[in-house]
Write a new protein. Structure first.
Length: 255
């Protein structure tokens, strides 16, 4: 059995781990930002490694045969550390790169570079905003307290935003288009701020916004390191098989 380390935190990472664990020794690494993650089904390591050098030390010390980066598309620093660590430890690495959502007819998208840029573009007139962001990205909206915010998160936002009008919903996806349309209509939302996360689990709000003619400020993806990658679980499984094939290690050593 080969030893595989998966850097996870996504649905795809959990699915990959389950499929690979049938034939290999798999460890799934979570950053630990979610207080109560769903059950993963394989051994889990929680917390950071201490940068690229720390991750390289882990790969060497645990004799890892393959590193898979299946983190969130916006976990740019973790992905950069993974690519560097794989080079330092001379361990093959592959990535799951979930495709971004593509704008469709009827979508009212405004691309932005950050949550702070989105906050600045909301305008002076009070609006009702759905913040579909992680807890770490909410602080910039305290600078525009005239708006009313609907915030949905897996874990409680602590401390809450220092704004007079905010409603918090604790929920874990996937979310349907019908459910998100009802949510947007109930709260009178006229704008959404979201990352372009891709995938189906959180696409409901995008489809609902299109149907309702609601503006969406989409934070664009950061650049990620170049490495062999697949767009989905099955494609990454094929890449893993190739990386772990008997001839792959010989080729790597120049034999």
């Amino acid at each position: 059995m080969k030893r595989i380390l998966i850097l996870g935190g996504t649905t795809e990472a959990r699915q990959l781990a389950g499929k690979l664990a049938i034939r290999h020794d798999v460890t799934l690494s979570l950053a630990g930002r979610t207080e109560n993650p769903v059950a993963q089904g394989v051994p889990v390591r929680t917390g950071g490694f201490g940068g690229a050098e720390g991750l390289a030390h882990y790969l060497r010390g645990n004799r890892v045969d393959l590193l898979i980066d299946a983190t969130h598309p916006y976990a740019a620093q973790i992905s950069a550390n993974a690519a560097k660590a794989a080079r330092l430890a001379n361990v093959p690495a592959i990535a799951l790169r979930r495709p971004a959502w593509v704008q469709q007819p009827g979508d009212r998208w405004t691309p932005v570079g950050s949550a702070a840029e989105a906050a600045g573009l909301l305008g002076p007139r009070p609006r009702k905003i759905f913040l579909a962001l992680g807890r770490q990205e909410l602080a910039p909206f305290e600078a525009v307290p005239q708006h009313t915010y609907l915030i949905r998160s897996v874990d409680p936002v602590e401390p809450p935003l220092a704004v007079p009008g905010a409603t918090y919903i604790l929920a874990r996806g996937p979310f349907s288009e019908a459910g998100d349309r009802a949510l947007l209509e109930t709260h009178g939302i006229d704008a959404i701020v979201s990352k372009n996360s891709g995938g189906e689990a959180t696409y409901g709000k995008i489809a609902a916004a299109r149907a309702l003619g609601i503006e969406a400020f989409l934070i664009q993806r950061p650049p990620l390191p170049d490495m062999p990658s697949g767009a989905g679980v099955e494609e990454v499984l094929r890449l893993a098989d190739q990386a772990l094939a008997p001839w792959a290690g010989l080729e790597k050593r120049g034999v």
